[in-house]
Design a protein around this ligand. Sequence first.
Ligand code: NAG
Ligand code: NAG
Ligand code: NAG
Length: 201
Amino acid sequence: MKLFPASTPSLLHLLLLAQLFVLSASRPARCSLCSSFRPMIQSLDSLKRLSGTLHGLTDSELSIVQTGEHRLKDLPTMQHTADHFSSIKLNESLSQLYLGIQAFRLHVDWLKVARENVSLPLSSQTAEGSRVQLLLLSNLTSTALQQMNQELPQPASPSFPVVSTSFDAVRYSAEISQRLQTFCDFSKRVLTHLKRHCHCT
Ligand SMILES: *[C@@H]1O[C@H](CO)[C@@H](O)[C@H](O)[C@H]1NC(C)=O
Ligand SMILES: *[C@@H]1O[C@H](CO)[C@@H](O)[C@H](O)[C@H]1NC(C)=O
Ligand SMILES: *[C@@H]1O[C@H](CO)[C@@H](O)[C@H](O)[C@H]1NC(C)=O
């Protein structure tokens, strides 16, 4: 196909070609992810609401068991520094998000069984709702990573403590609930930042 008349290419043509090249090179595939951000953020909102019901406690009961101590070592910890936000990369943030989601999927599944073991089953709405939202988020992030030709990171298998009393089960529930809410808030901030960075409308 002929782009230009058969004459020798003028400087203008070359400049135009160079400009086309720059445009396509500086507009990476990442912005094809604009349509993924909204469902991810919506799902994080639903998950945050559900995570508040993982312990089944009233606020005053919660204040008694919630120590802020991190006893579950394999749940993600988040960096909240401004520094972190100014330097985040799309592929790395999405990989972190994907790994965090896998960790919470495994911990919520574990918690469900641990609570059943001490006769404190989660309501089916909470258990099923969080399972569905985590699966959806896992699906959305893995699809986004694949679109960017990024390999899916392999989650390590977490080690879980033994739960022998209902008090233990309640304390772990409170911890997962609180850390999942923090994770949802943090991930939402990251995604909102990336969305702006990608100039999505
Ligand atoms: C993200 O992409 C950059 C280059 O665009 C690359 O250097 C880096 O290794 C990637 N990170 C991950 C986690 O794949
Ligand atoms: C639940 O109880 C079974 C049988 O005692 C035990 O093998 C399993 O590890 C327990 N699961 C959790 C998550 O505590
Ligand atoms: C993710 O969702 C898409 C569309 O709903 C579906 O086609 C795909 O099979 C799902 N993938 C996984 C791993 O669940």
